[in-house]
Design a protein around this ligand. Sequence first.
Ligand code: UVW
Length: 339
Amino acid sequence: MTTPGTVPSYRELMERTDAPPGSSWGIFGKDDDLGTLNFLTPEHRIRASELVRSGQTHSLDLPLDAFPQPLISHRGALQHTVFGLNEFHRDDRIDSLFPQATSQIDGLRHFGHPDYGFYNGADPQKLVAGDPTLGVQRYAEHGLAGRGVLLDVGRYLEHAGDPIDYTEPRSVPPSVLDETARHQGVSIEPGDILMLRFGWLGHRLHQMKEGSPAANGSAAGVPLVSVGLEQSHETAAWLWDHRVALAAADNVALEVWPSTESRLSVLADTQGTLPVSSHTGMLHRILIPLLGLAIGELWQLDELAAACVADGRYECMVVAAPLRLPGGVGSPSNAVAIR
Ligand code: UVW
């Protein structure tokens, strides 16, 4: 197993001939199914625990029923039934739970690369219910706790006189992440849980409260648009070279959505063997199957951001408890920041 200090750079990954170029396959072991969570070691957890000062906690999850009209149309609203076996007892059941309908963590079977397949060459036949291969349960088993760093990109861009227009897709290049970190006086360390606040979710929730049809996104026939990370190898390099263990954001896909302006293409696109879809050009196709990056989406970061702004401290301990669902594709994140 490679230790974080000895992992190759993204440039070196791109030069690989023993595995797909740009992939981390085999770097953490030939049968690895944890990916970048390998960067989160016991030493990191101990260091993260030392960041706890006030003991104040901030939930990073939305309520499970936050979107009665789904943001992504195929991920419908859950049905929650509460029943009792007698007058003095209650039990409950959830039907139609789409684990990625609200604040979530994407596991490593969520995306494959059209030319190279799934992370570490996993057999796609095994990526079914009942088989644990690349399942999100691995994150639960490994334990997801470490140093969280918040980059408040939305606030920084506002300060820089270039505020985000949430009605447009906007690509945020890695240079803006560097500028934000510099502005906040914080650095990204190997094994970090990176949290990017664009302000998108707060805007969305506000729209929902106001009853705007745009708030229901694709469910209302309104195109879903979101600010997010630029779809480029430079972004992938930035995340990998910083040894980010998990990258989460308060938007719908971590990256900009939709991916219509993306420069990323795969051989299958250019050879015409893959129909154009909403996944064409997505950074997900590099981050998850090639790098093995754990991704968080729709994380609720506004409250945490307010606390960080108040005392100028943008690092904390983050603990997340994804479901131990064997073969799960994604999971509610169940994440909490402790400061
Ligand atoms: C999108 O495809 C928008 O994001 P995800 O499937 O990762 O939730």
